[in-house]
Design a protein around this ligand. Sequence first.
Ligand code: LLP
Length: 424
Amino acid sequence: MSMPIRPPFVRLRTEIAGIPVAQLAEQFGTPLFVYDGSWMLRRLGDLHRFDCVRYAMKACSNLAVLDLLRRHGALVDCVSAGEVRRALYVGYPAQGDPPPIVYTADIFDRESLALVVQEGIHVNCGSPDMIRQYGAVAPGREITLRINPGFGHGHHLKTNTGGERSKHGIWYEQLAACLEEAAEFGLRVTGLHMHIGSGTDLEHLAQVCGAMEKAVLKAGPTIRSISGGGGLPIPYRPEEQYVDLDEYYRLWDRTRQRLQEALGHPIRLEIEPGRFIVAEAGYLLSEIRAVKQQGQFTFYLVDAGFNNLARPILYGAYHPISICPAEGDLDRPDIEAIVGGPLCESGDIFTQQEGGFVVPRRLPKAKVGDWLILERAGAYGFVMGSNYNSKPLAAEVLIQDGQARLVRRRQTFEDLIREEIFPK
Ligand code: LLP
């Protein structure tokens, strides 16, 4: 069994990647996303056997993070014109073999279609209409197809991206028709892709290999790459596990080898993780601004809310929580506490389960002024933030080589109202 090395789960935390929490909070303010670059690179390194690790930047698209991963060999997957522009901005070339940037989506909005055509960005089509729209303006190009294999799985119903109730991918029974349609437009289908969901398990990921094999044999000899998508889970709780990466690679490699034999040419094996690379590297640092008692329950109210980290309210997602005592007094017995944010909305609670059920958590006793850290928040954290209640987006800091550097300044009031207009 080859399991990745796991960052420790802690109840009290005085530093992040060697930098005192107090220093981070005082220098950059709160709420603050802090990323430990070395954990991102470690996770990227764990996947080195795959021919190509294509980072799904939707998980965390800060330019400094993208640049770090680019310099260490990751390619990128994008789902919008904005994400493609981010990739170009940090220096990914528009074209290459393998394509440095891939646009994977189920639709083209008008902006993304214009951009991929103009820059020659590789497109991974998730609907027959994408093939038609692309073929009409860019005949002769190569494309890949994202196939919905008829099943899916994720850590939550909302992150399951396969099966007939999912909007994602080209339905597997329509593959032959799509290949014909692509050929009519002169598009060459050079690869197939399947992403069945986010935060799934080895059993379900393994089923994808079988579905991929069938699909590639149907698609035939033009196929030169296969992608198993993303979805690798990380342990958010101490009792949770990673996927056995050796086993995962073996399954895909065997599939690839059988296909190489059948088709008689090399096939590139791609993987497309987001969460696995950045989740554990990220911390949402907040300050406790009120401690109150509501009947039997103690509440810690912090200055971060679901405007900063939406995963608990959206999915009932669990994030480990640690406390950093402001005055350095580390003798803190555990108590039961509910953790909430500043928003005028009763769902603004970090310790909630599926369905919005609020539950207390065993946490160190804390006071106003202490820092509370939502851990393993690097994936789908900042990027899903909003300006709800006119809260500015948080600042982001990247720690690398023992240095904490600001990689996004906190929004100001002027930023908040920049696009608004008084009608004449
Ligand atoms: N590739 C495609 C085509 C995807 O749609 C996704 C995620 C990924 C790769 C990366 O999946 P990952 O390795 O990160 O599991 N907001 C949710 C997750 C939504 C995932 C969307 N697509 C959450 O916070 O759990």
